[in-house]
Design a protein. Structure first.
Length: 131
């Protein structure tokens, strides 16, 4: 299927189902991310995909929560209320994140929406910080 047919199919689905085109594209991106994770991902990873509508290129990346030592625990003995168990597939320590982007903001225990996305291969999306 070429790009012109693909765009036409998206438009047709959008019109027939009375769904905004962005929602259709979002569903396609979620399906692509799920398929990528099934073949190449690991358990616990949060894989995202972005489809460039104009070119048809798809970019994949992992999202990780930026955490500091006060937000996570590694051993059961260190478990405290409100802390999460550190999972290297879902979390990245603040010090490591700052090595890739010195401008990343410091997270406190209230910082729950800070995400880090890092490309795994050079053809994927560049480093992205979601703060």
């Amino acid at each position: 299927m070429d790009l012109k047919e693909f765009k036409s199919a998206i438009q047709q689905i959008s019109e027939e189902k009375d769904i905004p085109k962005e929602k259709v594209l979002n569903g396609i991106e979620h399906a692509l991310a799920a398929a990528y994770k099934k073949d190449y991902g690991k358990k616990g990873q949060k894989i995202k995909a972005e489809l460039e509508e104009k070119t048809g290129k798809v970019h994949f990346w992992r999202e990780k929560l930026v955490v500091d030592e006060g937000m996570v625990y590694e051993n059961q003995e260190d478990k405290e209320e409100g802390k999460k168990r550190f999972n290297p597939e879902r979390h990245i320590m603040l010090e490591e994140a700052k090595k890739e982007d010195p401008d990343v903001k410091n997270c406190s225990s209230n910082c729950k929406t800070s995400y880090y996305a890092r490309s795994e291969r050079s053809w994927k999306r560049n480093t992205i910080w979601r703060i």
